[in-house]
Design a protein around this ligand. Structure first.
Ligand SMILES: *[C@@H]1O[C@H](CO)[C@@H](O)[C@H](O)[C@H]1NC(C)=O
Length: 277
C-alpha cells in the first residue's frame, strides 16, 4: 500500500489555484417616496408655499430636460439597460448616462450585488461606475451607472440633441460593457436603430429633511392615454447605509403622511417614459 505523507497533501493543497472573486461593489442608497400631486402642487403646478417652507426650500428650481433612447421594441430596456441624455440648467454640457438595473428581491441587496458581480460589475469598476440602491416605497432596485459628458455646442438653453446627434454622441461615449453586453457591438447597433423617448422637462427643488439634502422633483409625464399630462412628484435623498435608508425613509413617510402629502406607491420614471412616449 502506498503511503502518501501528509506534508505532501499540504503542498498539493497550497498549489491548487485558488479562485478568489473580486468583492461586490459598495452602493449608496437613494431613498425615494412619492408625494400626492393633487395636494402638494398649486394651480400653476408648482410646489405650494407650505411644502417649500416645510423643507426650507427656495422658490427657485433647477430645470432638467431628459430623454431616453431605445428601439421601438425596447430591446435595450429588455436587457435591463437604459440610456439617457440630460441637460441641467446649471451645467454646460449634456450628461450621458448608461445604466444597468437589477431588481432587489425580498430586500436582499447583497444577492443583487452578487448577480451584478457575476456579470462583471465588481469593486474594480468603482472608479467608473456608481452602484446605487434606489430605495422606493415597496420596491428596491440596484442600479449601476456610468456617466459621461458631451459638449452641447450648437444647442441652446434647455434644448436636447436631435435624434441623429443623440445617436452619434451616445455611440461615441458608450462604455465597453454596454457595447458588448449581449454580443459584439450589441449596444451601439441598437442605438443606431433607436428613437427618442421623451423629452420631459422636470423641475427640482432642493431643501433639507432630517439633516439630509432633500430633492423634490416635479415631472410632467404624458398620461396613460397620451392625451394629457400627469404630474409625478418625487421626494428623494441619498444616504450611505441601508440602516439609514430604512430609518430615514420611515421617518419621512410618517412626516408626509401626517401632512396629508404622501402617495403610497413606486413609480420608476424611466419605465413611465419608456411606456408612454
Ligand atoms: C389624459 O389627459 C387628458 C387631458 O387632460 C384627459 O382628457 C384624459 O382623460 C387623461 N387620461 C387619463 C388616462 O387620465
Amino acid at each position: 500500500m502506498m503511503v502518501f505523507p501528509i506534508w505532501r497533501l499540504a503542498v498539493l493543497a497550497a498549489v491548487v489555484p485558488h479562485v478568489q472573486a473580486d468583492a461586490n461593489m459598495t452602493p449608496d442608497y437613494e431613498v425615494k417616496l412619492l408625494m400626492d400631486p393633487s395636494v402638494v402642487l398649486g394651480t400653476n403646478n408648482k410646489l405650494t408655499a407650505t411644502v417649500l417652507s416645510a423643507f426650507s426650500m427656495p422658490t427657485t428650481v433647477t430645470k432638467m430636460n431628459v430623454q431616453f433612447l431605445d428601439t421601438d421594441a425596447l430591446d435595450i430596456n429588455t436587457e435591463g439597460w437604459s440610456v439617457r441624455i440630460r441637460k441641467k440648467e446649471d451645467e454646460d454640457d449634456f450628461e450621458l448616462t448608461y445604466k444597468k438595473r437589477y431588481s432587489v428581491s425580498d430586500d436582499d441587496v447583497e444577492a443583487a450585488l452578487d448577480t451584478a458581480n457575476e456579470e462583471g460589475f465588481d469593486e474594480d469598476n468603482e472608479d467608473k461606475y456608481d452602484a446605487q440602491i434606489e430605495y422606493g416605497y415597496s420596491k428596491k432596485t440596484l442600479s449601476i451607472s456610468r456617466k459621461k459628458s458631451h459638449s452641447d455646442s450648437g444647442y441652446s438653453g434647455m434644448d436636447l440633441p436631435d435624434l441623429d446627434d443623440s445617436i452619434d454622441m451616445l455611440v461615441d461615449e458608450a462604455p465597453g460593457k454596454f457595447v458588448d453586453w449581449v454580443d459584439d457591438n450589441w449596444g451601439t447597433d441598437l442605438l443606431e436603430e433607436s428613437r427618442i423617448y421623451g423629452p420631459v422637462l422636470a423641475k427640482r427643488s432642493i431643501g433639507i429633511y432630517d439633516g439630509e439634502e432633500l430633492y423634490i422633483e416635479v415631472w410632467p409625464i404624458l398620461n396613460e392615454t397620451g392625451t394629457g399630462v400627469e404630474y409625478l412628484v418625487e421626494a428623494s435623498f441619498k444616504v450611505d447605509t441601508e440602516s439609514n435608508a430604512a430609518t430615514k425613509q420611515a421617518s419621512l413617510e410618517t412626516y408626509l403622511t401626517n401632512q396629508g402629502w404622501f402617495l403610497a406607491g413606486d413609480a420608476l420614471k424611466t419605465s413611465l417614459m419608456l411606456e408612454r412616449y
